[in-house]
Write a protein of this length. Sequence first.
Length: 278
Amino acid sequence: MVLTLVLGGCASADPFRAARRVYIETARGPLEVFDDGPSDGPALVLLPSLGRGAQDFDDLTSRLTDAGYRVIRPQPRGIGASRPYDFAPNLSDLAEDVLIAVQQINLGSFVVVGHAFGNRVARMIATQSPERTRALILLAAGGKVAMEPQIEQALVRSFDLSLPDDVRMAYVQQAFFAPGNDPEVWRTGWFPSVAEMQIGATQRTPVEDWWLAGNLPVLVVQPLQDVLAPPENAEILSREGGERVRVAYIERAGHALLPEQPQRIAGTILRYLQDIGF
């Protein structure tokens, strides 16, 4: 069963531009999905970073819907109305939930945009359902080249909500943002239990199961100051994936990427979609 609520005061003026929240019943419990833009527009499915929710894409969603795209944002389980798993999932389980969501809202072919951790789920979706997936856009895509130990420590402490706020934000700056960029926009929106679940799902899934994203077209949007997913990851994927993999490097951006260079990210995505005729 799918229940749709239309939100926002602009609904009567322009119903296609109003945010719609879709609640999908599954065997694993409900999933909450944000559905924006024209209902008949070409569809993009956006998957957020580790332990963070669909709201991270608010700005990008606005820019994409302005260009005529329909944007689907499933909330990870454990955030909003998406019920947490009652078992230890792997990446295949997370991908299956996204595929259930897009099937329930009757999407045809779609492009998946995965940010950071979301890129792993995106590549698993491509592996499991290549016939539905038109292409992948991977923002800050890691997986093979490890971060430095002090950066891993900063990542862990970014999710430690018991720390004094200024101390924790210093770790957020170190792990997620390029030098000189303000991390204030990511002061909130952290879900430690969701991050723990997602890290476990990654650990339970061999890298080779998802790394190459099947045989689909891929754009890697690689921030040059990313210390969590170093640029060498993009270089390896490009080398191993061949001509179907493109890489766009973004200066003055770290792993957070979206709030650091919003206009450049949106422009890069829109140019790629135009190039592939989507």
